[in-house]
Ligand binder design. Structure first.
Ligand code: ADP
Ligand code: ASP
Ligand code: MG
Length: 436
């Protein structure tokens, strides 16, 4: 059994959906995980924002625009009148559901219900397409097995039990279609795995069914050695280890959701990144094998804030850092990077929801200074502790950029640096020029 996840652009138009058919027509059993059609989740977010702002007219207008788009997709996607009718009925029911939210008070719960509609529609559209072509398949609702716990973490035990029980009902089916991104939370409400979460769904499903391979199909030939949105002449990396890929995904390589490598790594299932537009290209293979190189790739993560705490009480004291960490824990805010000196500590976070409260509580411990609009640059390569002379190229490359923090030695395969976001594009380009 293999997992094939197709992202937004891969299902982004009737042509693209039809182009998936040859890719899924081999004899192997497969679970196909689909994202919403590209642009849909963004539109649903906009609709939710308008409803929050009580702009009912604006929201209704956006809902009409999106529903018109889906009506033309149905017209273009199917050849038979029967399938067009089924498609229109399906789209109607989803948009009636979305329109209902213009009539009531709008909360977080309803926002999540709205955001789930994109994946629900794309999977049904594709299922109807296969039906029209006489290709046997089953549509398995992700909401019947995908679940997060009260901390927002996937409930792996629940997912495994429930997907395997559901699959018992489809033993003769070679093709199972399900939604990426959407899930239920600990209270049974509709929720999601955060933006870009379909990759995470694919990996969680792969681990739950012990798949032979997890394939992530997207719009580029695999993992590149730098961010192609900001750097020209990036190159595809053919092989990466789980740890390298996890680090790059966590530190901003948009091709993979930040948490999506972990379930595959824990179950030792290879992850293959492939391009739906160029299926013959080998793409990138991510496995436990590590094939070291001085420098393999660079990524950057934005929206970072740094908090610097300075306190003479830290001098020669123990228990000081525990007090600092407890404050972050109390606000359920994960720490990304940390550097310390004898009397000060700098900490970065990417979730600034509680930053004011955290800074206020930290002031009990010393002086606090906060800086926002920062980015973490992550260089993945060979940073084993026994190596000598491996990093000078990085610092030579960046000698015109102010480096706010440096984290070396935390990981054997990466080095991280904090810079102003306004320096990011320049820094990524300098690193490409000097390292690759
Ligand atoms: P999908 O909709 O298929 O999930 P995404 O847009 O989420 O696709 O991810 C693919 C995009 O990730 C690419 O088009 C590319 O612009 C971007 N990207 C950022 N960093 C990298 C990288 N290191 N390698 C490849 N793609 C990257
Ligand atoms: N549709 C969701 C998003 O746009 C999930 C995904 O595409 O992975 O974030
Ligand atoms: Mg994505």
């Amino acid at each position: 059994m293999k997992i094939m996840k197709f992202g937004g652009t891969s299902v982004g138009s009737p042509d693209r959906m039809r182009a998936l058919i040859p890719l899924i027509s081999d004899d192997e059993d497969k679970i196909i995980v689909l994202s919403a059609m590209s642009g849909t989740t963004n539109s649903l977010v906009e609709i939710a924002d308008l409803l929050y702002a009580d702009n009912i007219n604006g929201a209704s207008k956006k809902i009409d625009e999106l529903s018109e788009k889906y009506f033309s997709v149905v017209e273009e996607l199917y050849a038979t009148a029967e399938q067009k009718i089924a498609g229109h009925e399906m789209i109607d029911s989803h948009f009636d559901y979305i329109r209902n939210f213009t009539l009531r008070v709008f909360t977080k719960l309803q926002e999540k219900a709205i955001l789930s509609q994109g994946e629900l529609m794309s999977t049904t559209l594709f299922h109807l397409l296969l039906q029209e072509r006489g290709i046997e398949s089953a549509l398995l609702p992700a909401l019947s097995f995908m679940r997060i716990d009260k901390d927002g973490e996937p409930d792996s035990f629940y997912i495994k039990e429930n997907i395997n029980r559901e699959l018992e009902n489809y033993k003769s089916e070679k093709i199972i279609i399900t939604q990426g991104f959407i899930c239920r939370n600990a209270y049974g409400e509709v929720d999601n795995l955060k933006r870009g979460g379909s990759d995470f769904s694919a990996s969680l499903i792969g681990a739950a069914v012990n798949a032979s391979e997890i394939q992530i199909w997207t719009d580029i030939n695999g993992f590149h050695n730098n961010d192609p949105r900001f750097v020209e002449d990036t190159k595809v990396i053919r092989e990466l280890s789980f740890d390298e890929a996890a680090e790059l995904a966590y530190f901003g390589a948009k091709i993979l959701h930040p948490s999506s490598v972990n379930p595959a790594k824990e179950s030792n299932i290879p992850v293959r990144l492939k391009n739906t537009m160029e299926p013959e290209d080998a793409g990138t293979l991510i496995t436990s094998a590590s094939n070291l190189a001085d420098y393999k790739a660079v990524a950057a993560k934005d929206n970072i804030s740094v908090l610097r705490i300075r306190s003479d009480r830290m001098l020669m004291a123990y228990g000081f850092l525990r007090k600092v960490f407890e404050i972050f824990e109390a606000y359920r805010t994960p720490i990304d990077m940390i550097t310390t000196s004898e009397v000060s500590v700098s900490i970065t976070i990417d979730n600034s929801e509680f930053i004011d409260q955290i800074a206020k509580d930290l002031k009990e411990l010393g002086t606090v200074d906060v800086e926002q609009n920062q980015s973490i640059l992550c260089v993945v390569g060979d940073f084993r502790t026994e190596r000598t002379g491996s990093a000078p190229e990085i610092f030579e490359a960046l000698n015109t950029i102010p480096l706010k923090m440096i984290s070396y030695g935390g990981s054997q395969n990466s080095l991280s640096l904090l810079i102003d976001t306004s320096d990011k594009t320049k820094a990524l380009n300098l690193l490409s020029k000097h390292l690759f």
